[in-house]
Design a protein around this ligand. Structure first.
Ligand code: 4AD
Ligand code: MG
Length: 478
C-alpha cells in the first residue's frame, strides 16, 4: 500500500497499474450493487479502499459473509481515481481470495478501544492505527540511531545479555538459573527442576554457569572494554531491571543505546548526547517526518497536539546546562509544593526533573551535571571537591530523565576505593579493574532509554505502549 499511496500525489501517478494487496480487513461495507473493503497491510497508516462488484472473481465469499473485519485477504485489482473524498485512489477489484477467516469475536473493531484494553490484547494491537504507527516510528528511530553513530565513526558492539556483574550496583537484577535436564521431566513444576541444596537453596555449583548469573542492567562495562580498544563504540540492545516501579516511564525490560567514547571527558559526553538528540530532532526528526509523515501527522492530531512543533523547538534551541547544586537551589527557590522534599544530596524525582525542563526552562532539554557521589553508581569519576562525581542526566519535557551518563573513573585506586566504600565485591569486577592496569584512558559515555525516546517522539503517554510486549511488575504474557 505504501508503494502505491506513499508518494507525493497519494497514488495518482499509479492509476492504471494492476496490483496485488495482501492484508487484513479493517472494515467491510456491502451496498446493493457494490462492496467496499478497507484493507491494511501495515506498510503505512493508510488503508486501501477496495471496490468490488459482483463480477469480481471470489465475490461469492464476500456475499456469503465469510469475509469479515480481521480476516486476511489477497486482492488483485486496478488502481483507479477514487470517487470518495477521503483518498485520491482506490482499487477496482478483479479477484479476491480469503486467506484466513476472522471469528466474529475479533476484538479490534472499528470503534475506538482504550489503550488499557489493548494491553490485554498485545498480540492483536499492532493492527490498530496507533500501534501500527508506533511500530513504524520505533523502527525509523532505530534506523536513524544506527545511522547517526555509524556516520560519526562509532562501532556497534553487542554486549551480553547474561552477565555475572551488576553494572549499576543497585541490586536490581533478574537472576538466571537452569532447569536441569534430568529432573525436568520428573518435575511437577519448572521450579522443582532448579538445582537445590539440601536446605532448599539454589545449588549454584550444579547450575549451568556454576555460579550466579543475571540479566544485564546495562551494557556499559562491556562497552568500556571495547572503547579502550576501538575508541568510540556503542551498544543498542535489551536491558533488564527488577525495579518495582509501576510508573508510566519504567519497564522491567527496555532497550538502551549506550555510546562509550575513549579519550573523552564529561564535556565530550554532553556534546555527544546533545548532538544525538539535536540531530535526532533536526535530522532524525526530519528523518521520521520525511519517512513517517503520515504516522507523525496522526500523532499530531490524535495523541499529542503540537508534537511536531515541540520536536522542532528542541532542534532549534541550545540545551540548558547546569550543575546539580544549582538545580537544587533553583528547585528550592521555586517554592513549589513537591511531593518529595528537595535538599542537597537528594535524588531528583520525576516531578523535579519535569519542573526543571517544562517550567523553569520552558520546554527546553536540560542537562544536569556533577551529582553527589552517594546517589550515583560506583564507576563515575570523582570530582576534585570529593563529594560530587562527573555525572550528567539529560531531562526532557513530559519524560524527565531521557539520558544518564558520566565520565568513568579511570584511576584504579579511586575505583577500588569506591567499590570498597559501597561494599561491592572487587572480585566480581576483576576484569573491569584490570582494564585500569593496561593503558587506562579518560573515557565517558551515556545510556539512553529507547522506549522513553519513542514516547518523546510520538507523544504516547505510557511507556507500556512504546514497546511491542511490555514487561512490568506482575505482568508477563505474550
Ligand atoms: O541512568 P541509567 O540507569 O544509566 C545506566 O544504566 C548507565 N550504565 C548508562 C551508561 O552510562 N552507559 O539508565 C540510562 C537510561 C535512563 O536515563 C532511562 O532513559 C533508561 O535508561 N531507563 C529506563 N527506561 C525504562 N525503564 C526503566 N526501568 C529504565 N531505567 C533506566
Ligand atoms: Mg539514571
Amino acid at each position: 500500500i505504501v508503494d502505491v499511496k506513499g508518494g507525493p500525489n497519494e497514488g495518482l501517478d499509479r492509476v492504471g497499474l494492476m496490483i496485488v494487496v495482501a492484508g487484513w480487513v479493517r472494515t467491510l461495507r456491502a451496498q446493493s450493487s457494490v462492496t467496499f473493503i478497507e484493507v491494511n497491510d501495515g506498510s503505512c497508516l493508510s488503508n486501501m479502499q477496495c471496490v468490488m462488484t459482483s463480477d469480481a472473481e471470489g465475490y461469492d465469499q464476500v456475499k456469503s459473509g465469510l469475509i469479515t473485519t480481521g480476516a486476511s485477504i489477497w486482492i488483485q485489482g486496478n488502481v483507479v481515481p477514487s470517487q470518495g473524498s477521503k483518498q485520491k485512489v482506490e482499487l477496482k477489484v478483479n479477484k479476491i481470495v480469503l486467506v484466513g477467516k476472522s471469528d466474529p469475536s475479533y476484538p479490534i473493531q472499528k470503534k475506538r478501544v482504550s489503550r488499557e484494553f489493548l494491553r490485554t490484547k498485545a498480540h492483536l494491537r499492532p493492527r490498530t492505527n496507533t500501534f501500527g504507527a508506533v511500530a513504524r516510528v520505533r523502527n525509523a528511530l532505530a534506523y536513524a540511531t544506527h545511522k547517526f553513530f555509524q556516520e560519526n565513526g562509532f562501532i556497534w558492539i553487542s554486549s551480553p545479555i547474561i552477565t555475572a556483574s551488576d553494572c549499576e550496583g543497585a541490586g536490581e537484577q533478574f537472576c538466571v538459573t537452569t532447569l536441569i535436564p534430568s529432573s525436568r521431566e520428573a518435575a511437577e513444576s519448572p521450579v522443582d527442576a532448579i538445582p537445590k541444596t539440601k536446605d532448599g537453596l539454589i545449588d549454584w555449583s550444579q547450575d549451568f554457569f556454576e555460579k550466579p548469573a543475571f540479566l544485564t542492567v546495562s551494557g556499559q562495562l562491556n562497552a568500556e572494554t571495547y572503547a579502550t580498544a576501538l575508541s568510540n563504540v556503542y551498544t543498542f540492545g535489551p536491558t533488564f531491571r527488577a525495579e518495582n516501579s509501576n510508573t508510566s516511564r519504567h519497564l522491567a525490560e527496555f532497550w538502551m543505546i549506550e555510546p562509550e567514547l575513549a579519550f573523552a571527558d564529561l564535556k565530550d559526553d554532553m556534546a555527544c548526547a546533545t548532538a544525538y538528540l539535536q540531530l535526532y530532532s533536526c535530522m532524525q526528526v526530519r528523518y521520521i517526518l520525511d519517512n513517517c509523515k503520515e504516522d507523525m501527522d496522526f500523532f499530531n492530531t490524535w495523541i499529542e497536539k503540537g508534537i511536531i512543533d515541540r520536536l522542532s523547538t528542541v532542534a532549534e534551541r541550545d540545551f540548558v546546562q547546569l550543575s546539580y547544586t544549582d538545580a537544587i537551589e533553583l528547585l528550592i527557590k521555586a517554592k513549589k509544593k513537591f511531593e518529595f522534599l528537595v535538599k542537597w544530596g537528594c535524588d531528583l524525582q520525576s516531578e523535579h526533573e519535569r519542573y526543571l525542563t517544562e517550567e523553569a526552562f520552558g520546554g527546553c532539554p536540560v542537562i544536569v551535571s556533577d551529582y553527589p557521589k552517594e546517589i550515583k553508581a560506583f564507576y563515575m569519576r570523582q570530582n576534585d571537591d570529593g563529594r560530587t562525581v562527573a555525572a550528567m542526566d539529560m531531562l526532557v519535557p513530559r519524560i524527565g530523565e531521557l539520558i544518564g551518563g558520566s565520565q568513568r573513573e579511570e584511576r584504579l585506586e579511586y575505583l577500588e576505593g569506591r567499590l570498597d566504600e559501597l561494599k561491592l565485591n572487587r572480585d566480581s569486577y576483576w576484569w573491569y579493574l584490570d582494564l585500569r592496569h593496561y593503558g587506562s584512558v579518560p573515557h565517558a559515555g551515556f545510556g539512553l532509554g529507547f522506549e522513553r525516546l519513542v514516547q518523546f517522539a510520538t507523544g504516547v503517554e505510557n511507556i507500556r505502549d512504546a514497546i511491542p510486549f511490555p514487561r512490568t511488575p506482575g505482568s508477563v504474557e505474550f
